[in-house]
Design a binder for this molecule. Structure first.
Ligand code: PLP
Length: 405
């Protein structure tokens, strides 16, 4: 089905604004995607008609708010094909989801235990594991990549041994766009009896997620990268493993009974949801999933892929431009540098022309080190981007390069 991109764009009021006197060309979708009116309407509706704290009141508003939150939980469960809604834990985002697993599941790790990561991890999937070193001397082993940005499964398997206690990896790299063979990587980890966490922050806006087919133990993602509100994320956890984990944060909602001597904890998922959640954002997240399902993930992915191919071809025409990440089937992210021009200079001047791209290390400093650069410029696409925007971006880049020459 051909998509009516003009109609889709009209659902995103922000795309009508200008930046520095030029029409905004928003190519920073990997950092966060823009939000359609149906999601902002859902937020407004909640604030103007249904705002009340969840799970605490017998009154009508509280029950309605609770129903909306729990409806989103069931919606997410179906979206990722989890076995039950109790396996869906709401967090602030991917970062908090990974911190939850590291802080809670990681309590069982001991001196000498090893965690297998990959060189392309976002800091959100590195630092939480390092923090465990305050209680145990944990070793991190790192899967390397080839020059296209791919992981070799054979050498991946060689990183596991009897001390390995966790494997964590991104589904899609936020810098290279590589779509990792996560099902195979999960099977390799499981063949060594090692649980798996998948950082799905860059996969969930573009690819269908089926946690049961992947057979992963944990899967983390963020609403704000999926056309949804900020402040909401999801940790999927397999029930059998979540049930063995100690609470993450203490407070309201996560308890069954509290006395000064002793506290007993609530069942899943509430045991991991201390305090008032972003129930407005959670309720509105369902509208973002509605948007994605209405447009169709396959249509979104196809459109983004076309833009990726087109933009890659146009960029390759530019002398001294180097693209990082060329794996077949990659996601719609292009990281690049031009000669020895600093990525900030390119980004700043592109912004003067209305083009929003990301610059810097993209929270992936170990990957930058592997690539041998301090940072890159990164253009990334979403459903509402157009070929005309790619043309305008390329034209702006030519002008920037002429200025810097
Ligand atoms: N993991 C990856 C691969 C990401 O790209 C990001 C954000 O860019 C994160 C984790 C962190 O997501 P959040 O900031 O929504 O917690």
């Amino acid at each position: 089905m051909a998509m009516d991109i003009a109609a889709i764009r009209r659902e995103f009021p922000i795309l009508e604004r200008e930046v520095n006197g030029r029409p905004l060309i928003y190519l920073d979708n990997t950092a966060t995607s823009q939000t359609p009116r149906e999601v902002t309407d859902a937020i407004t509706r909640m604030y103007t008609s249904t705002k009340a704290n969840v799970h605490r009141g017998v009154h009508t508003l509280s029950q309605e708010a609770t129903d909306l939150q729990e409806a989103t939980r069931r919606r997410v469960q179906k979206y990722i094909n989890a076995a039950e809604p109790e396996e869906v834990i709401f967090t602030r985002g991917t970062t908090e989801a990974i911190n939850l697993v590291a802080a809670s599941y990681g309590q069982r790790f001991r001196d000498g235990d090893e965690i297998v990561l990959t060189v392309m991890e976002h800091h959100a999937d590195i630092v939480p594991w390092q923090l465990l070193r305050s209680h145990a001397d944990i070793r991190i082993r790192v899967a390397e990549i080839n020059d296209r940005g791919e992981i070799d499964l054979e050498s991946y398997g060689s990183l596991f041994n009897s001390r390995t206690v966790m494997a964590a990896f991104c589904h899609v790299s936020n810098v290279l766009g590589t779509v990792n063979p996560v099902k195979d990587m999960t099977a390799i980890a499981h063949s060594h009896g090692v649980p798996v966490l998948i950082d799905g922050a860059q996969a969930s806006p573009h690819l269908p997620i089926d946690v049961r087919d992947l057979d992963c133990d944990f899967y983390a993602f963020s609403s704000h990268k999926m056309y949804g509100p900020t402040g909401v994320g999801v940790l999927y956890g397999r029930r059998s493993i979540l049930e063995e984990m100690p609470p993450y944060q203490g407070g309201g909602e996560m308890i069954r009974h509290v006395s000064f001597g002793h506290t007993t904890f609530a069942d899943l998922p509430f045991r991991f949801e201390a305090g008032t959640p972003d129930f407005v954002g959670i309720a509105a997240f369902a509208s973002a999933l509605d948007f994605i399902e209405r447009v169709g993930l396959e249509n979104i992915a196809r459109h983004e892929h076309e833009l990726l191919e087109y933009a890659t071809g146009r960029l390759r025409e530019i002398e001294r431009l180097q693209i990082y990440g060329t794996a077949p089937g990659k996601s719609a992210v292009i990281s690049f540098n031009v000669g020895d021009i600093h990525n900030y200079d390119l980004g700043l001047l592109l912004d003067r022309m209305g083009v929003a791209v990301r610059t810097g290390h993209h929270c992936a400093q170990p990957l930058m080190e592997r690539l041998g650069v301090p940072g890159t410029v990164r253009a990334s696409f979403a459903v509402y981007n157009t070929r005309e925007e790619v043309d305008a971006f390329i034209a702006a880049l030519h002008r920037v390069l002429a200025i810097l020459a």
